[in-house]
Design a protein around this ligand. Structure first.
Ligand SMILES: Cc1cc2nc3c(=O)[nH]c(=O)nc-3n(C[C@H](O)[C@H](O)[C@H](O)COP(=O)(O)OP(=O)(O)OC[C@H]3O[C@@H](n4cnc5c(N)ncnc54)[C@H](O)[C@@H]3O)c2cc1C
Length: 266
């Protein structure tokens, strides 16, 4: 199958809370100094799903697309090291401040520019903004069906059998291709690229496309956002700690009980 996988680069979710800063006025996350961004943890699972499908099918092609800054090349290289064939980076200043619909428009336009695909695979959500809407948006733009939260996917003739994760169980569906499927973390561990594959991936070229190449420059910019970001902030957590003194455990317990009673908590 001709499969396209969309991978996103995000701030490292392991960033210590003290290093995570938001510019409330600009409504933007300030990149943490010295902590490199990483590939969205769900997206290697989408790449893994693509590789397994084509391995079971005896061949095919996997193209990886990422929309982001130049560093998003690393997310593409990771997928190439896993075994994907080609990479496309969509980048440029026109994409600053895009919303989820504009993200879907850009990815959809890139997929159309590639001539479409039998299957588009994505992660269940990007672990930074966590909207989980881009797969549905891209499917809508391409005019193809979408199946979300897949934990298993198998080709059956001209269709795909997909097992979905529900809150309290699983659901099996069959979908005709072309389709968009988002892969859930229950899919299982993605393969770990070996050193040789990492070196080979470094030699694979990544095409770079801008808004002009996709013909969507007039749909970007703040004025074309459908979603208005009203505020972005880190909630303030305040904690008051009072050490209850006393010469013995019994006295400390008595003092604590008196405090709680005075505060009408007991
Ligand atoms: C360059 C850039 C600038 C941005 N600037 C702003 C801003 O100023 N203000 C603001 O509010 N938001 C901004 N965003 C965030 C953007 O609005 C969200 O990324 C978008 O809404 C998608 O939501 P999500 O990240 O939660 O993706 P989800 O819908 O949760 O993602 C699901 C899956 O879709 C695919 N996917 C999603 N995004 C991408 C991508 N970029 N490339 C490839 N695959 C992808 C992945 O497979 C992912 O697992 C920016 C994003 C980018 C890339």
């Amino acid at each position: 199958m001709n499969i396209i996988v969309c991978v996103k680069q995000i701030p490292d979710p392991e960033t210590p809370a003290a290093s995570f800063k938001v510019d409330e006025a600009a409504k933007k996350v300030i990149p943490a100094q010295g902590i490199a961004p990483v590939v969205n943890p769900y997206d290697p699972q989408a790449t893994e799903a693509a590789l397994r499908l084509n391995e079971a099918d005896g061949g095919g092609k996997v193209t990886v697309i990422s929309l982001g800054p130049d560093t998003a090349r690393d997310a593409i290289k990771h997928a190439l090291a896993m075994g994907a064939d080609e990479g496309i980076l969509i980048t440029g200043p026109e994409f600053d401040g895009i919303d989820n619909f504009q993200t879907a428009k850009a990815l959809g336009a890139a997929i159309q520019k590639l001539g479409g695909a039998d299957l588009v695979l994505m992660g269940r959500a990007a672990a930074d903004w966590d909207m989980g809407v881009v797969p549905t948006g891209v499917a809508s733009i391409l005019g193809v069906p979408v199946v979300t939260l897949a934990k298993a996917i198998e080709k059956t003739g001209g269709a795909l059998k997909v097992e979905r994760v529900l809150d309290d169980g699983f659901q099996s569906v069959e979908v005709n291709t072309p389709a968009v499927v988002s892969i859930s973390n229950e899919f299982g561990e993605p393969r770990y690229p070996q050193l040789r594959q990492i070196m080979l991936a470094a030699k694979k070229t990544v095409q770079v496309w801008g808004a002009g190449d996709l013909g969507i420059a007039d749909q970007l910019g703040a004025g074309n956002r459908d979603l208005t970001l009203e505020a972005l902030y880190v909630p303030k957590v305040e904690s008051n700690v009072e050490i209850i003194e006393g010469d013995s455990p019994e006295e400390k317990a008595r003092n604590l009980a008196q405090k709680l009673r005075a505060a009408k908590l007991i």
